[in-house]
Design a protein around this ligand. Structure first.
Ligand code: IPE
Ligand code: IPE
Ligand code: MG
Length: 256
């Protein structure tokens, strides 16, 4: 834990250097956070939604253009029904509670995933806030809900095939750009940093295509303990990296 003064110093340092255009976070460890305290897992998820608020606020203040939060995976439907339903209640509550903050701060809310699988109590307020915030342009906050990277790639492949069959896409125009235009993340800035909390070292079906050249920051911190300080540490780590995109270090330094 940093002192207030150290935190202010880190905030100023991070803000003075180039920020990633798009940060994705795999928010993991809610269950373990609760289990360590002999609390129900759902209490961990509830505390996790407080972290979502703190991190979104900090990202907005810093001026991050895009933040994508992995809140519920396509595979998470396999969890016990009580946990799934509790998570859906928390999402519904989140969408109602955060609405004023999102609208007042110029945040555009976006969602990616198999959204038609979500219950109406989540889908309806989500659609409403998505529509109402569509004109906001200071930051785009994307919730990955019922999301899977493989599922996204399958959906993209279907769209490519449909467009090709309809004559709207020629086979020799299928390139990386044509693919990106048909992913759920179409229009978002390129993913530059991915954070995973709770010490796990895997991707768990998050933004598989988009991860190609993202920097990865891993932390032992459990998601309910992740806040502004942890975000700044991740951004500071990103800012120390040399992004080479296949080139040599000398070429990369020369291009800067
Ligand atoms: C992340 O926390 C939240 C979701 C996946 C919905 P977990 O619930 O996976 O927490 P752990 O991994 O069991 O600690
Ligand atoms: C990844 O966490 C999904 C989210 C954070 C929403 P999981 O806890 O579901 O991932 P695994 O099961 O450990 O790979
Ligand atoms: Mg987990």
């Amino acid at each position: 834990m940093l002192t207030e003064l150290e935190l202010a110093h880190l905030r100023a340092e991070v803000a003075a250097r180039p920020l990633p255009r798009h940060v994705g976070i795999i928010m993991d460890g809610n269950g373990r956070w609760a289990e360590q305290r002999s609390l129900p897992r759902l209490e961990g998820h509830r505390r996790g939604s407080d972290s979502v608020r703190e991190v979104t606020r900090a990202a907005r203040k810093l001026g991050l253009p895009a933040l994508t939060l992995y809140a519920f995976s396509a595979q998470n439907w396999q969890r016990p029904p009580d946990e799934v339903s509790g998570l859906m209640d928390l999402l519904r509550d989140y969408l109602h509670r955060e609405r004023p903050e999102i609208m007042d701060n110029g945040i555009r809310l976006h969602a990616i995933g198999e959204l038609d699988r979500l219950p109406a109590r989540v889908r309806d307020p989500l659609e409403e806030l998505r529509r109402d915030s569509a004109g906001n342009s200071d930051m785009v906050l994307t919730l990955a809900l019922s999301y899977g990277g493989r599922e996204e790639i399958v959906a993209m492949a279907r769209r490519v095939a449909e467009d090709a069959r309809a004559g709207a896409l020629r086979l020799d125009s299928i390139d990386a750009e044509a693919i990106e235009e048909r992913l759920w993340t179409a229009g978002l800035p390129p993913l530059e940093l991915v954070v995973r909390t709770s010490g796990e070292v895997r991707v768990s079906n998050f933004l598989l295509w988009q991860l190609a050249y993202a920097e990865i920051h891993l932390t032992e911190t459990l998601w309910p303990d992740f806040g502004e300080e942890a975000l700044l540490v991740a951004l500071d780590d990103f800012q120390q990296r040399e992004r080479r995109f296949g080139k040599t270090s000398a070429q990369t330094r020369r291009a800067r």
